[in-house]
Design a binder for this molecule. Structure first.
Ligand code: BEZ
Length: 264
């Protein structure tokens, strides 16, 4: 587990986020002198685990809208998608959560559990989920981690460099839009990091899961813009002779570029 040292302030972040999305609030804030007393203590890790594809996803315990959980236990023998959001009641995040919620059947079909994270507390999450369900005509069924103290955000490095540098003046760093796909052995298989200003693409998350799961099952790799069912590539480690034995028809464009089709 990472060790933590106390450093900056929690609620100031919410104020700065509200300011980011409400110009009027920016004006009001700019007119006020800095308020160091506004700061509270949060835990910023002195060191963070190195996150790499193939490394074990750091475990944590957290309160979520679905109850308290141990992340690894919660994953169990499934795949998991952990996706983070800057804050509750923000417009882009609302559209993202609504979109993920609508795709529950698609994730279920792939044996993937979804879990969101937002840097607010449970009371706020519950109210926000009601908003998401109303606005997006959906039913958010997966848990959302209440990460008001940014512990999981720090553990997974879901923060920007600028925010970490300015933590003393800003109070709290932004939690950005990260996506982690984790396999049943708890290894990180995909990391996507998007800026707060850009909503993610749910189809791309599903597309990569399809590629990873097909690759694990059949020992193939997938080309640019591949979609499930299309031709796949024989990896360089497999000879063409072996590929023909294994897959049947193999189209060799170059000795190093060989296509085959293994279905979905
Ligand atoms: C949003 O989710 O809409 C958002 C969050 C942080 C900054 C800007 C937009």
């Amino acid at each position: 587990m990472a060790s933590y040292v106390s450093r900056a302030a929690p609620r100031a972040f919410n104020a700065s986020l509200r300011a980011a999305v409400r110009p009027q609030a920016v004006l009001q804030r700019a007119q006020r002198p800095a308020q160091p007393l506004f700061r509270r203590f949060i835990q910023v890790p002195a060191e963070q685990p190195r996150l790499r594809l193939g490394s074990v996803a750091p475990n944590f315990k957290a309160k979520t809208t679905g109850g308290e959980l141990d992340f690894h236990q919660w994953i169990g023998n499934s795949w998991a998608v952990l996706f983070s959001h800057p804050a509750d009641f923000t417009p882009v995040c609302t559209t993202e959560l609504g979109a993920f919620a609508k795709l529950k059947n698609e994730f279920d079909a792939r044996g993937v559990k979804m879990i969101g994270l937002s840097a607010n507390d449970l009371g706020s999450h519950d109210q926000w989920v009601a908003d998401i369900n109303e606005v997006c005509s959906t039913n958010v069924q997966f848990p959302i981690i209440a990460d008001a103290d940014r512990k999981v955000a720090f553990l997974y490095d879901m923060v920007t460099e600028d925010d970490m540098k300015n933590i003393e003046s800003k109070g709290l760093p932004f939690t950005i839009r990260s996506v982690f796909v984790i396999d049943p052995s708890k290894k990180i298989r995909l990391m996507m990091i998007y800026p707060a200003s850009t909503g993610r693409n749910t189809s791309e998350v599903l597309r990569v899961i399809d590629s990873l799961q097909l690759g694990d099952k059949k020992g193939v790799v997938t080309p640019i813009d591949w979609q499930a069912g299309e031709d796949v590539i024989v990896p360089p480690s497999v000879s063409t002779a072996d590929a023909k034995k294994k897959f049947g028809e193999v189209r060799e464009l170059k000795p190093y570029l060989r296509y085959t089709n293994v279905g979905k």
